[in-house]
Design a protein around this ligand. Sequence first.
Ligand SMILES: Cc1ncc(C[n+]2csc(CCOP(=O)(O)OP(=O)(O)O)c2C)c(N)n1
Length: 342
Amino acid sequence: MLAQDGTLTGAPVMNDEQVLEALRLMILTRTFDEKATAMQRQGRFGTFSSVRGQEASVVGCSFALDPEKDWLAPQYRELPALLRHGYPMENFALYFMGNPRGGAIPENVNMLPLQISLAAQIPQATGVAWGLKLQGSDGVVVTFFGDGASSEGDVHESMNLAGVTKAPVIFFLQNNGWAISTPRKNQTAARSFAERALGYGIYGVTVDGNDLLAVHQVTAEAVARARAGEGATLIESVTYRTGAHNTADDPSRYIDQAELDEWVKKDPIERVENYLRAKGVWTDETAQAMRDDCAAEIDAAMTKARAVPLAGPEALFDHVYVDPPQRMTAQRQSWIERTAGA
Ligand SMILES: Cc1ncc(C[n+]2csc(CCOP(=O)(O)OP(=O)(O)O)c2C)c(N)n1
């Protein structure tokens, strides 16, 4: 839909106001990524995975959803979708500050918790979607996962069950080229990830994940099909992780620099800025004002998160069970005594 120089090659599916809103979210999370990485280096943030390079993929998808009735089942690299769905930025910061309060999803936010164990959220996504269908809701579930996670058995089971039940779920596979240091070519011998859909009797589509408008269009189509009772879609969003896997990773030890350089030229934010600039609604001044505004929003969220008292060591045991088994209660007490004064 959108060439890198901003030329439109199809009918626009988002109006200027929506594109500007989407661009703000993309800039907001890129700024957050930079801030979070700096804070991790200062010891104020835990290990953190950025969405750098994949912003159009996540934002294009999330703009096709209705946060009032649709659900997210995220992995760990999709901050923009979480924010658009109403998850507060300070909760996300708290999570990475090691505070369990950040992991608690507010009652009115239709989202499952962040999932670090690869693919564990995907059976839950199919389950929630099937549940929505049984309840007579026309809500849709989107689950995000990577090319690496796609090799987990959970994915097969979830897609198969979604096919059989016609569950309204969108499997949003972000093929970002890498699973930490494992390249795409070692992940599957299939020509594409999307063609797996055929074997499950669900829809499958491959999209340029660095094209905001294209991702939005294919997701909107998948949402419409799901709402109409036509079941699940597997979307393969082809993009590239232009940063490190996470703050503990050094991609210079394995990444092909020439390949990275090519993808940096396809930056998804620049693509949208080129588009809006050509339309006369984006200038250096508006860009700077938006970047300043995003930085202020992030500072405010970080200040709020820092004001929340640190979790004590016993937090390890809290919120696991409503009624903890006796053995865990004893372990909790022993842990408090052993860590007292530490
Ligand atoms: C079940 C499981 N196995 C291994 C890991 C360790 N691990 C964390 S992230 C990752 C790579 C994931 O790559 P991908 O699914 O492509 O997602 P990306 O991080 O690239 O977005 C691995 C192997 C894990 N978290 N969970």
